[in-house]
Design a protein around this ligand. Structure first.
Ligand SMILES: Nc1nc2c(c(=O)[nH]1)N[C@H]1C(S)=C(S)[C@@H](COP(=O)(O)O)O[C@H]1N2
Ligand SMILES: [Mo]
Length: 515
């Protein structure tokens, strides 16, 4: 680098920094103010959520495949990086064209405002954080760029002083931006009525309690996941960048559409109904073969069948479109919600109110269907309709309108590429075929004969079933495969299908080493 190009580069960084700091201040101020409005009034949250909504199925699937449940963190961090780089470029433009850069800054603020208004349930008032943030960013950009200009003009008298002024201003603005951002995030996480109410809430006992778990539901294989998934470990998949915080005293479910009687139900009314409990394994359509996007819990809730009986669906209706407070929707066949399976409007999970991330205060759980077509969290609306007339969130993004869970099995231990002691190796895993039940599980080692695994006790046909397989192997590298047979006699297919459009299939296989 020659002397002049080095000093040119050195001359540019204060402008790039000014742009980036102005952007940080914009988002920081907006984040802090958004605490006073709705979560979606944060432009950060709104843009991320809008981005998730326009994400095509393959990209969503890719993100979940690669990042699992850290997908949202990765999204936020990548958005942050892109925003800072773009803002740095804007800062450099401002060096020569401050007016143009200021107009662009205003235009970006308008776009952020549009993203906020595009979110379900936001109104004009929710623009306040974005507008205030945009104004703060604009002022910061102008002040910092002017100071940077003075400090980098070599012929300017007192250049050293100008330089120091710029550094102090830039540093202070950065601190203000960072503190507002952190405080805003922390306050919106902690200070809401939903959290306080949930902590104080005591759910009524079930009129019909779930049967106690029989002995032996867990397979005796070291390292197996627990049969009941603790709430804190339950997989979480949704489009909600910031978890909706609903105060149950304001929650209402509207039941309407092709029905004889429309009605609304409050949370207090729901708790007064005859609640029942059921054991049920939820599964995500994005779960790859052998994946962990499935969890098993005891749910407390009111049968959706009873709600629909009260509404009396009209002839010709074949679907219930459930919608959440944040605009997600799922299309569930009407017949599935009116037959005798335990499809619940759930309020409790493993003996507690639903965790906020799992749908507090009310969600749906439906045996036998993937979550994206049935398990609406933060549910506020049930519309009885027809598949021909309405479509749901993921259907509009390339997934099937119906999503029955596919028969599946996986090997949990040994883990892939694990080294286990040779001789007396215990393999263990999980299989599921909700509403039908698992009849047999078979294991094949190194391409040999399929052999019967020992099944753990079945809790209910709606829950997963664990298995174990004892194997006396030679030392060396081995491959084990698993397949299940359900109680309808269906043998799990070897045919590999991708998760898009209606769930993965194929046999899970694990390589491990015995020593
Ligand atoms: N409101 C809302 N409900 C939702 C979703 C969502 O994005 N938003 N995702 C669904 C999907 S795809 C699945 S697999 C389940 C996951 O439920 P969990 O996060 O409690 O495990 O929730 C379903 N309910
Ligand atoms: Mo899902």
């Amino acid at each position: 680098m020659t002397g002049t190009s080095a000093s040119r580069a050195a001359g540019r960084w204060p402008f790039a920094a000014s742009g980036a700091i102005a952007a940080a201040l914009l988002f920081g101020v907006a984040e802090l103010l958004s605490v006073l409005f709705s979560p979606a009034s944060s432009p950060l949250v709104a843009v991320g959520a809008a981005f998730i909504d326009v994400t095509p199925a393959w990209l969503k699937d890719f993100a979940i495949d690669v990042f699992g449940t850290a997908d949202k963190l990765v999204l936020l961090v990548s958005m942050g990086v892109v925003a800072l780089v773009a803002a740095a470029a804007l800062g450099m433009l401002a060096r020569r064209r401050l007016v143009v850069a200021s107009v662009l800054c205003g235009a970006i603020t308008v776009l952020l405002g549009v993203a906020v208004l595009s979110r379900a349930g936001t109104g004009m008032a929710d623009l306040v954080p974005t507008v205030a943030g945009g104004a703060a960013g604009l002022v910061a950009l102008n002040v910092l760029v002017r100071l940077a200009g003075r400090s980098s003009a070599p012929l300017q008298p007192r250049q050293e002083m100008a330089r120091r002024t710029f550094l102090v201003a830039a540093g202070l603005t950065t601190v203000v931006a960072a503190v507002s951002l952190a405080t805003g995030r922390a306050l919106s996480a902690a200070g809401s009525a939903a959290v306080a109410t949930r902590d104080a809430l005591r759910l009524p006992a079930a009129r019909r309690a779930a049967a106690a778990l029989p002995d032996g539901v867990e397979a005796a294989a070291p390292g197996m996941p627990p049969f009941v998934t603790p709430n804190g470990e339950f997989y979480r998949i949704d489009t909600a960048l910031s978890v909706p915080r609903i105060d149950p005293s304001t929650w209402e479910l509207r039941v309407h559409g092709m029905v004889e009687e429309e009605f609304t139900l409050s949370f207090a009314e729901l708790l007064d109904l005859d609640l029942e409990e059921t054991w049920l394994t939820l599964t995500c359509v994005s779960n790859p073969v052998g994946g962990e996007l499935a969890g098993n819990a005891k749910w407390l809730g009111y049968p959706i069948r009873e709600l629909l009986a009260r509404a009396r669906p009209r002839d010709g209706a074949d679907m219930v479109l459930s919608t959440s407070a944040d605009g997600f929707s799922a299309s569930t066949p009407l017949e599935v919600l009116t037959d005798d399976r335990a499809a619940l409007l759930a309020v409790g999970m493993n003996g507690e109110p639903l965790p906020l991330e799992h749908g507090f205060p009310v969600r749906m759980v439906v045996p036998g269907l993937y979550g994206y077509v049935s398990a609406t969290k933060w549910v506020v609306d049930l519309e009885v309709t027809r598949f021909a007339d309405r479509s749901a969130y993921w259907t509009e993004r390339g997934w099937s309108e119906r999503g029955p869970i596919k028969l599946a099995s996986r090997i949990d231990v040994p883990r892939g590429f694990e080294t286990v002691p040779a001789g007396g190796t215990v393999l263990g895993g999980t299989a599921w075929s909700q509403t039908i039940g698992i009849d047999r599980v078979q294991v094949q080692v190194d391409g040999g004969e399929w052999q019967e695994a020992t099944l753990a006790t079945e809790a209910t046909v709606d829950t997963w079933r664990q298995w174990r397989f004892d194997w006396d192997g030679e030392p060396g590298d081995h491959t084990a495969r698993v397949r299940a047979v359900n109680r309808d006699g269906e043998v799990q297919t070897s045919e590999r299908a991708d998760t898009v459009p209606n769930g993965a299939s194929g046999w899970h296989q694990v390589r491990f080493r015995a020593e």
